[in-house]
Design a protein around this ligand. Sequence first.
Ligand SMILES: Nc1nc2c(ncn2[C@@H]2O[C@H](COP(=O)(O)OP(=O)(O)OP(=O)(O)O)[C@@H](O)[C@H]2O)c(=O)[nH]1
Ligand SMILES: [Mg+2]
Length: 127
Amino acid sequence: MINEKFHIVDLPGYGFARVSAARRATISKRIEGYFFGGFENLVKVVVIIDGLVGPTKDDIEMIDALDKTGKRVIIAVNKIDKIKKSGLQKQLNSIQEKVGNRIMVPISVTKRIGIGELIQEVFQDSL
Ligand SMILES: Nc1nc2c(ncn2[C@@H]2O[C@H](COP(=O)(O)OP(=O)(O)OP(=O)(O)O)[C@@H](O)[C@H]2O)c(=O)[nH]1
Ligand SMILES: [Mg+2]
């Protein structure tokens, strides 16, 4: 809870944990309900993708589906510390091409790169 105004909620990824298939299905349904159940208080979603891997089919599907609901989507491109400096711009351009005209913030959690920019995007118009 932030400033008694909004919540930041951390959800598990689509690969989530090494759990049973049944448990996985339950979690999956809950996530779907949370995103696609018409929950109006949910206004923004940060989709964290792996910068080295680029957007997976699941990432693109999730981003497209969220877009359709009218939620504002921010794509955090994480682990950019793992990309060779000389190839970084090329990789970011390639990711941008795949995710289309959407807000994308390159970050590294471990090297603390882009965190300020991401916070800026998350809190834009909400303070
Ligand atoms: N090199 C590098 N490793 C990172 C970075 N961010 C996270 N990791 C590593 O990636 C692994 C997974 O990180 P988590 O924060 O657990 O990822 P998550 O998306 O919350 O995972 P789930 O909740 O299980 O979906 C950990 O070993 C982290 O240390 C980063 O920016 N750079
Ligand atoms: Mg997690």
